[in-house]
Design a protein around this ligand. Structure first.
Ligand code: SF4
Length: 182
């Protein structure tokens, strides 16, 4: 996997101050995409153990609430293994920091429905997530007033609750009471 950018003080992509990883490669090709340059899987730098170590260092300060995965597409089958290794090491070192991810795939149809990736890898990957913002960017549904979303079709999903209940539980349901996420 390659990655495009790492931001160490991101306050736009999840609650609190976060470290954000923008991976390379995306097959969705949404019209009006904010990051078209990252569609290319070869864009940017190779993602290595040194990259993981760097991200772990950036996550260390107590004011950093967690990690956010964006792209590109962090759920493309060929990106899942590298991201999973990062998540394993991150949760081992910082079990209380949260993980947010943004994907053009749908949580229920594509991820739980087995349309992308290999079952056990994706299952473990999802087990580390707190929140997933899912669905492609749809230009006709673009809404600048939305929190953490580009278009109104996208959903902010509480992954742990959804996996527990076997149904999509929206994170918005928890607004004003964002337990464990701040
Ligand atoms: S999923 Fe995201 S990165 Fe991929 S084309 Fe759509 S908006 Fe761009």
């Amino acid at each position: 996997m390659n990655y495009a950018t790492i931001k160490n003080c991101d306050i736009a992509n999840g609650p609190g101050v976060r470290v954000s990883l923008f991976v390379s490669g995306c097959t969705h090709k949404c019209k009006g995409c904010f990051n078209e340059i990252a569609w290319d899987f070869d864009y940017g730098e190779p993602f290595t153990q040194d990259t993981i170590d760097h991200i772990l260092d950036l996550l260390e300060p107590s004011y950093v609430k967690g990690l956010t995965l964006l792209g590109g597409e962090p759920f493309e089958p060929q990106n899942q293994g590298a991201v999973l290794e990062l998540l394993r090491q991150m949760k081992k070192k910082y079990p209380d920091k949260t993980v947010w991810a943004f994907s053009g795939y749908l949580f229920d149809r594509d991820m739980l429905g087995g349309r992308i990736g290999e079952g056990t890898v994706l299952q473990e990957y999802l087990s580390y997530l707190d929140v997933l913002v899912d669905g492609p960017f749809v230009e006709s549904k673009k809404d600048l007033t939305l929190r953490f979303r580009g278009s109104s079709n996208q959903r902010i999903i509480d992954v742990k609750q959804s996996l527990r209940q076997g149904a999509v539980v929206l994170w918005q349901d928890w607004q004003g009471n964002e337990r464990g996420l701040k």
